[in-house]
Design a protein around this ligand. Sequence first.
Ligand SMILES: [Mg+2]
Length: 283
Amino acid sequence: MTTQPLIFTDMDGTLLDHYDYSFSSAIGVIEALVEKQIPIIPNTSKTFAEMEKIQQTIGFNSPFISENGAVVYIPIGYFEQQPEDTVTEGYYWVKAFCETRQHWLSLLDNQASEFAEDFIGFSSLSADELCELTDLSAEKAELALVRHYSEPLLWTADEERKQRFIDHMQKLGANMLQGGRFLHVGGHTDKGCAMNWLAQVYANAYQVGVNTIALGDSGNDSAMLEAADIAIQIKSPTHTFPTIQTSNKTMQSRHYGPKGWAECLQALLLDSPTPSLFTAEEA
Ligand SMILES: [Mg+2]
């Protein structure tokens, strides 16, 4: 049985530079991986609207996982048959894993009002205000605001209070994830569960064993990294490597962001003339 590598990658701070969102230093490696027909599947806190745009810019036609594992979008026809448990929305087969954003917004409004002064939620921001906070362009900020399954918050109070808020929201059933810049309020989904679901869809569709390779830089990537067959931690200019618990193979990049992304995948999948992942194994 052949083993097919699948690359699941975080975007901000991983494939996209933390400061300018560029992926230019990874282009050569992306092209080489596409040439080898190794799927590169974004697994991100970004929204559908943001990701659709980025997929076009990078030239990916792969499925992608959006809003921290809340939802998987598969271009219609990507697999021969529509995967089970998906619905058709626009040009995609869609698998959702949690409650909608509206549910989390009403929890914040009705049951977390004591913390109302301690954060700025995306729902209260205009595109212009988000630009000022993030260095996103006006057009990109517009796309970032359209969320379907979670609410990102910019925390403005101290860490101790943040922990109290996190505890409070968790008691209300929310899952709290700290991304590179924002604290995300959403359902009990994670990038790891969504990755595993999609990896199984590939395995079923092609009748192959799959090898999941995950890349991420932040705490919100830990579940994905821990669930992967190979975990690659990308160095961040803003924090140290988060601790991850896995007995599988791990790597840490020497370079930041997309340069580190390219460095690790080059070493893992491209440098060796016969990478073990591609060798045929007995079923
Ligand atoms: Mg990140």
